[in-house]
Design a protein around this ligand. Structure first.
Ligand code: SF4
Length: 725
């Protein structure tokens, strides 16, 4: 038996794992076990239900059913794809992309990547699109996940960086969990919080969530707010802090800007008004404000409940305001800590793998930044115009302005909101490339070319977790059949495109992709960070192996990375101060009304991950929640004479789906909850008539104007008994 240290490929906690392999009868190594890495500072040996069953997903017989083993070309939509060689697949993709670019321009193609990719993969795709093709049309499923947190941090603190670390959970005296079911979505962090409570019985935990989640049930104070009223809540807390003189005037004066405008704005958010808007008791609002402001150290932990909203940036900024107003930042146990959903959404942001970003947190709008990146890459220029972000990208497929899309390591035909429109876009697209490890996703059905990619236990590279910690990912087994690494596929198509496109390369640069392995890519990325806020010039693959995972920044000469940011009160803004944002409170983008009276919320289950491509192959993970359902309050179920298991039509302005009912005390009246995981691969159509899309057949695609993140957490729906024969 052999062992290899690596990282869990599911959530942004970024737990270290030890992969156990054994030679099979044919001599190949097989993954036979996995356990937590006791030396990894994210988890110290612990794993949750998903992480501890990772080895089962690499089981050879499961792989045979689930994996994509050979590249394939589909001659016509609706026909079965025909296996081909890698050179045929590469040539087909490069030629078709080049033809479309030559005819319609570089903005007629797009690449849609994923927060599950490694940093090295992300880097090559970003360079391919922005450096070689000459368009910024590259975006990622992280747009659905963290982009409001990015925008909130940048507006207030000056850079996209969670200032906290996991150790802060151990030293906080109040933990304010808002818009996060941490117990399900980040289980190992929640275990750490449970340990902290055992050690410190005075630790206060406040949970804000419209749904009474497992996290909310353990809170010392639970605020069951009305959906989407977070900004009003935070402004109301600040009103009380001002009234009671609990704000930190000295911190505000020394280290911040813009408090007067915010003070003026929150005058209207009286306890009475906020209690009515949010549907909570004034005394609970007061208690939350008191614990937050008066505690020696307050840590906020938040996730999609804030981010997946058409007001996501305002929600993030309003929460950061509270930390700045009370000086609860830049010290042990305190700060606004955005928990990252995906395993490497952070790494993707670091290399600038979004339609509006450039490498190493550079801004597309800044001509100096564009020139720096062009010089680093050896190209004449990087385009100025922001590319299409996720929602507009699929809309552009539907309207025809985007002709071709290359989808990498993600399943937008299940995970995007308003799926009927997304499927229409994919059907109309002139050319769809799907690069995937798994054969049977809702998106692979649309692929004109299928490119089999390697996945966990086969890949080498790095990921960055929620606390800015870069960890090594290592391979324990060979790639499945003829699957290739994501960066390698991008490089090979990049080389083929270099021969077909008139060049943006400057003279003397023979290729933009001179990499023989992931370390070459990582070294180039590292160089791009020199002198930037996320400088990692003091880090190398060897140091990661020798000293373990490290947090950025870690400039040359540092022995370890930086645990916590802004301890000196200096912020990376022009005036070196943090900025309050006077964000007005706005109701949800799609209001409930007489026709659509239920507020539909979506979220994660404990034992499934995203579209279940991987976790859906593990039988034991089903035991926790074996089928999709719509959760309704006892009051609403009783009113409609519904019991557990009864089928209902759930209908929004965009579609209708059938789900069995689960009556739950955790849901407030006039609200409903459906887990995000189940899609067409797992749900048969309504009475066999139409293909089911899962919950995203219903969700709305209205986006935050700053971050571009869609409002996946709130759609107006009606619910009626299905009365099926
Ligand atoms: Fe993996 Fe997240 Fe579970 Fe850790 S908490 S084992 S990273 S899924």
């Amino acid at each position: 038996m052999a062992e290899v240290k690596s990282t869990c490929c599911y959530c942004g906690v970024g737990c270290g794992v030890i992969i156990e392999t054994t030679p099979s009868i044919n001599g190949n190594l097989e993954v036979t076990g996995v356990r937590g890495d006791p030396d990894h500072p994210a988890n110290f040996g612990r794993l949750c239900s998903k992480g501890s069953t990772l080895h089962l997903t690499a089981n050879p017989s499961l792989q045979k059913q689930a994996r994509l083993g050979l590249p394939a070309i589909r001659n016509a939509r609706g026909e079965a794809p025909i296996d081909c060689t890698w050179p045929q697949a590469i040539k087909t993709v490069a030629k078709k992309f080049a033809d479309i670019i030559n005819e319609h321009g570089p903005e007629s193609v797009g690449i849609y990547v994923s927060g599950q990719l490694l940093t090295e993969d992300y880097y090559v795709f970003n360079k391919l699109m922005k450096g070689l093709i000459g368009s910024n049309n590259i975006d990622t499923n992280s747009r659905l996940c963290m982009s409001s947190a990015v925008a909130g941090y940048k507006q207030t603190l000056g850079m996209d960086a969670p200032p906290c670390c996991y150790e802060d959970i151990d030293s906080a005296s109040t933990i304010f969990i808002t818009g996060s079911n941490t117990a399900f979505a980040h289980p190992i962090l929640y275990r750490r919080l449970e340990d902290a409570r055992k050690k410190n019985p005075d630790l206060k935990v406040i949970v804000v969530d419209p749904r009474k989640t497992d996290t909310a049930k353990e809170a010392d104070l639970y605020l069951q707010i009305q959906p989407g009223t977070d900004v009003a809540l935070y402004h109301g807390m600040l009103y009380i802090m001002l009234w009671e003189k609990w704000i930190d005037e000295s911190y505000i004066k020394s280290y911040t800007e813009g408090f007067d405008a915010l003070r003026d704005l929150v005058r209207d958010f009286t306890p009475k008004a906020v209690s009515e808007i949010c549907g909570i008791k004034e005394k609970d609002l007061f208690q939350a404000a008191q614990w937050f402001a008066r505690s020696p150290a307050t840590l906020s932990m938040y996730c999609q409940g804030l981010n997946q909203s058409a007001s996501g940036t305002a929600k993030n900024a309003a929460l950061v305001n509270l930390h700045l107003a009370t000086g609860q930042i830049g010290k042990a146990g305190a700060g606004p800590f955005s928990l990252t959903g995906q395993p490497n959404a952070m790494g993707g942001r670091e290399v600038g793998g979004l339609a509006n970003l450039l490498s190493a947190h550079r801004d597309l709008a800044n001509p100096e930044h564009r020139a720096e990146v062009a010089s680093l890459w050896g190209v004449h220029s990087v385009p100025e115009k922001p590319g299409l972000s996720a929602i507009p990208m699929f809309e552009a497929l539907r309207t025809g302005s985007l002709k071709a899309i290359w989808i990498v390591c993600t399943n937008p035909a299940q995970s995007m909101p308003d799926l009927n429109a997304v499927h229409e876009g994919l059907s109309k697209a002139e050319f769809v490339v799907v690069q995937e490890a798994y054969a049977h996703t809702a998106t692979t059905l649309y692929a004109d070319v299928l490119l089999p990619a390697t996945t966990w236990a086969e890949k080498v590279g790095t990921v960055t977790n929620s606390e800015r910690r870069i960890s090594k990912v290592n391979a324990a087994i060979d790639p499945y059949e003829s699957a290739k690494h994501d960066w390698r596929i991008a490089l090979e198509i990049g080389h083929a495109l270099e021969a077909l496109l008139s060049g943006n390369r400057i003279e003397g640069v023979s290729t933009l992709f001179p990499y023989s392995g992931p370390e070459d890519i990582w070294n180039e990325h590292r160089e791009s960070t020199r002198g930037r806020d996320l400088d990692i010039t003091g880090l190398s693959y060897q140091i990661l192996e020798d000293r373990g995972p490290q947090q950025w920044p870690m400039p040359k000469g540092s022995y370890f990375g930086k645990k916590r940011l802004y301890e000196n009160g200096v912020f990376p803004t022009k005036d070196k101060k943090a900025h309050f944002i006077a964000a007005p409170y706005k109701a949800t983008a799609e209001s409930v009304d007489a026709r659509y009276p239920f507020a539909l919320n979506t979220g994660r289950l404990r034992d499934q991950w995203h579209g279940m491509s991987r976790t859906g192959t593990v039988g034991t993970l089903y035991a926790h929640s074996p089928e999709p359902c719509v959760e309704l309050s006892p009051k609403d179920a009783g009113r409609m004479n519904l019991e557990n298991g009864d089928l209902v039509h759930v209908t929004s302005r965009r579609g209708s789906e059938i789900f069995p009912v689960k009556v739950s005390e955790d849901i407030a009246s006039s609200q409903a909850f459906i887990a995000m995981h189940w899609g067409s691969e797992f749900i048969s159509g309504a009475a066999g008539k139409t293909p089911s899309r899962g919950v995203n057949g219903l969700t709305c695609n209205l986006i935050d104007p700053v971050s571009g993140q869609p409002e996946l957490k709130h759609s107006a729906v009606k619910i009626l008994p299905a009365n099926l024969p």
